[in-house]
Design a binder for this molecule. Structure first.
Ligand code: SF4
Ligand code: SF4
Length: 380
């Protein structure tokens, strides 16, 4: 397992982490097997959005004696009311659900207190202009959560939240299908097959979101990397072919700011397959053959796939493009980006315009032009 820095937090998190979707309605033994397999595989980060008391209880039992081995991200506003899940902004519900979560998990703090599921402007206003954000910041001050977070599926809402400077971690849905969808306030819309088949063009808002997270040091934890399983199924995938988990993981983990992917694994085998991601080769992770079924959607857009390599003079073209993209819409080049660029073995200014890379790029990116642009921005 490999580990990545989660934004500006003090956490180095496993590239692949444990979600709780597969634990809903499952017996304690099953939850225990998932948790123990995740721990044995090196996973050190858990996202629990579940309000279900049995999931929380089961996790608490399985994590006993392992609190120091697992960062816990718990959701604030995910409540259990009248025997069912309720996303709530009511003070009474939210506060009691938070206390319930800590009690059942058997811990006195969360590593990330994640404001749960904010997908539209009215809810955003409700959260950030009302009592809830003050409550979350107070929890942080008291050490009951170490970092603040927010989960969203809507890039416009997420971007607003990130720009407040109040959010340390963003939990966001990322996969190659959603990256081609326009922002939607109703998340259910992205699941509709007709929306998979239309409007397949690169969504610039999502790109801006990833860039802004990276620039501001907001760590991005990825959810829905498999599109709820649709991308693993040829019948449902917009690309017409079934991707493997490692392809989806690699796509998500090559977006700027992405530190880890949480998977809602439904079996021990799924945990083991995902955990292998860190150890397999780039060839095995390569997602381009799947995306090239819709090449027009990505035409001219670098998705950092690395297919243009090798460069005649050794430039890591995908990385130069990624770092250059991170400077766009910034008034000055962020120091961290400039430093990453400096550490590259070869720089855009060394490009001899041989054109070899452009022949290899499946998405017709004008690489020579991009090297020129990068050279102007970075100066060499
Ligand atoms: S320039 Fe093309 S081949 Fe190279 S990383 Fe970008 S998209 Fe991939
Ligand atoms: S055109 Fe420039 S970036 Fe592309 S292979 Fe040649 S030297 Fe490398």
């Amino acid at each position: 397992m490999k580990y990545r820095q989660l934004g500006n937090t003090d956490m180095k998190v496993s590239e692949v982490a444990l979600g709780c979707e597969g634990m809903i309605g499952a017996p304690p033994q099953f939850v225990d097997a998932l948790v123990k397999t995740a721990l044995d595989s090196g996973m050190n980060f858990l996202d629990n959005f579940c309000a279900e008391p049995d999931v929380r209880d089961n996790l608490g039992v399985s994590l006993k004696g392992h609190r120091q081995d697992m960062y816990i991200q718990g959701h604030i506003g995910s409540c259990w009311h009248n025997g069912q899940y309720l996303r709530s902004r009511e003070m009474l519900h939210v506060k009691s659900a938070f206390e319930d979560l800590l009690t059942r998990l058997g811990t006195d703090y969360l590593d990330v207190g994640m404001i749960h599921y904010v997908d539209n402007d009215p809810d955003y206003e409700n959260v950030f202009s009302g009592w809830l954000i003050d409550y979350v910041l107070e929890l942080k001050k008291l050490g009951r959560i170490r970092y603040t977070g927010l989960s969203s599926h809507n890039p416009i809402t997420a971007l607003r939240a990130v720009k407040t400077g109040l959010i340390d971690v963003l939990l966001f849905s990322v996969n190659p299908c959603y990256d081609l969808q326009p922002p939607r306030e109703d998340f259910e819309e992205v699941w509709k097959p007709e929306n998979y088949q239309t409007a397949l063009t690169w969504d610039p808002v999502r790109e801006e979101l990833y860039r802004t997270c990276e620039a501001r040091g907001v760590g991005m934890v990825v959810m829905k990397a498999f599109g709820g399983g649709d991308l693993l199924d040829a019948e449902w995938s917009p690309f017409g072919v079934a991707m493997q988990p490692e392809h989806c993981l690699h796509y998500a983990l090559t977006r700027p700011a992405a530190a880890c992917v949480v998977g809602g694994f439904r079996s021990v085998e799924e945990v083991l397959v995902a955990a292998r991601y860190s150890d397999i080769s780039d060839e095995q992770r390569d997602y381009v053959p799947f995306l090239s079924n819709v090449p027009h959607s990505y035409k001219g857009k670098c998705i950092y796939c690395g297919h243009c390599a090798p460069c005649s003079v050794g430039i890591n073209i995908a990385m130069v493009n990624k770092l250059h993209d991170l400077t766009r819409t910034q008034e000055t080049v962020p120091a961290s980006v400039r430093d990453h660029y400096r550490l590259l073995d070869h720089h855009a200014g060394e490009c001899i315009a041989c054109g070899q890379c452009e022949d290899n790029c499946p998405f017709d990116v004008s690489i020579i032009e991009k090297m020129n642009q990068a050279m102007k921005v970075f100066g060499y």
